[in-house]
Design a binder for this molecule. Structure first.
Ligand code: GMT
Length: 375
């Protein structure tokens, strides 16, 4: 049994999902898990005697111009390391979590190892603010072990930060008990989807990098050729702009803005095709969720997306911004039932084989073991 502290962004987002699901799996195997986060991770919705939650509270003293969240987190980490005698502190994101963990390790009396998982946005941020380069690199260099969610992210991290240390690739995974195909013709009816209509789906946090407009442009072309509906799931800064675009293209009747949804597997189960046309994506957990529900995907040749979608087997890879090709590939799949069924079965097979939770869990366990043995 090992004692592991986990820090992640607890709100909706793939990194929070992965961190929480990993903690739950580790707890099930008898390890003691301590979540140290600003609020209860949204996937931490059950009771497990091996899971503890330590909330980071930030005092709002009038003398501080900005609330010192990062320092409060480091302080809480040090407190939990000492009190609970943590063996490992597994932080998701170098910035700020690895930096906070390093400070906490310096402050704590009990010896702890830091494992940092990179999810990509550190690197995206870097593209915008080069003044943070040194700090992100420090977080990576001073961690005892570093993992990244794709080979592409490792290459990008090394290239952009000049990092030389070893970074292990541990792909993301899905909870097999949650993501699977379930028959749900009733839900189709509730959404007013006709029997002959194909359903396309996009799920994201509607940030600019997700290029939701490309999804909408592609859909508007597809819907000219076949009866179809588009489900837009999630919320974020581009949401209102996308409403305007849908109105402008005169396809309001065919596009359903569903906002944030909890039971995504139900929505995936009524979908025929998933589109993720991002300009930055270190992995694309939503692709894996779709695949597990038997939904083929079309994604851009960006970041880790080609590590998840096998081009011509479980979906198609298209160049960024090549909306015409997205339409062509989508039509190919949606009008050929035999091809669609082959892609759908292969998607389920790969989701369970390559990105199986038990397999990925053992990869993390191996990293914990060798980090602890490294002295
Ligand atoms: O994509 C986002 O904006 C959210 C971000 C997050 O913190 O969840 O996603 C990143 O981590 C996910 C889990 O590893 C990956 O599946 C996403 O591809 C990655 N997003 C980006 O690289 C833009």
């Amino acid at each position: 049994m090992i004692k592991i502290g986990i820090t992640c962004y607890p709100s909706v987002g793939g990194s929070g999902v992965i961190a929480t699901e990993l903690g739950k799996l580790l707890a099930k195997k008898g390890n003691e898990i301590h979540f140290i986060t600003s609020s209860l991770p949204f996937r931490l919705n059950g009771v497990d005697s091996n899971i503890y939650f330590h909330e980071v509270e930030v005092n709002h003293y009038p003398v501080f111009q900005y609330p010192p969240y990062d320092l409060a987190l480091a302080s809480k980490m040090a407190e939990v390391i000492d009190r609970e005698k943590l063996d490992i502190l597994h932080v998701h994101y170098a910035m700020p979590h690895a930096i906070c963990a390093i400070l906490a390790r310096d402050m704590a009396e009990h010896d702890v190892k830091i494992v940092t998982t990179l999810h990509g946005t550190d690197i995206t941020v870097l593209g915008i603010d080069k003044s943070l380069t040194k700090m992100i690199k420090h977080g990576i260099d001073q961690s005892d072990a570093v993992t990244a969610v794709s080979h592409s992210l490792v290459d990008q991290t090394k290239e952009m930060l000049g990092v030389e240390r070893e970074i292990d690739v541990v792909h993301n995974f899905i909870d097999n008990n949650e993501y699977f195909y379930r028959e749900n013709s009733n839900l189709r009816k509730q959404y007013g989807i006709k029997d002959d209509e194909k359903v396309l789906i996009h799920i994201s946090n509607f940030r600019k990098v997700k290029r939701v407009s490309d999804v909408i442009y592609a859909f508007s072309e597809i819907a000219l050729n076949i009866p179809a509906k588009l489900l837009l799931v999630g919320d974020g800064p581009e949401y209102s702009e996308m409403y305007r675009l849908v109105k402008q293209l005169n396809i309001e009747e065919k596009v359903l803005f569903l906002g944030r949804q909890m039971n995504v597997a139900d929505l995936l189960s009524i979908s025929d095709l998933k589109l993720l046309l991002s300009e930055k994506e270190s992995f694309g957990l939503v692709l894996l969720e779709a695949m597990a529900c038997g939904v083929p995907c079309i994604g851009t040749n960006v970041g880790g997306i080609p590590e998840v979608i096998e081009d011509g087997e479980t979906g198609f890879i298209t160049e960024l911004g090549d909306v015409k090709n997205v339409v062509k590939k989508a039509m190919e799949l949606l009008t050929d039932q035999e091809l669609w069924t082959a892609f759908s079965s292969k998607s389920i097979e790969q989701a369970y084989q390559r990105f199986n939770a038990e397999k990925i869990l053992s990869e993390y366990e191996h990293i914990y073991d060798s980090t602890l043995k490294s002295g």
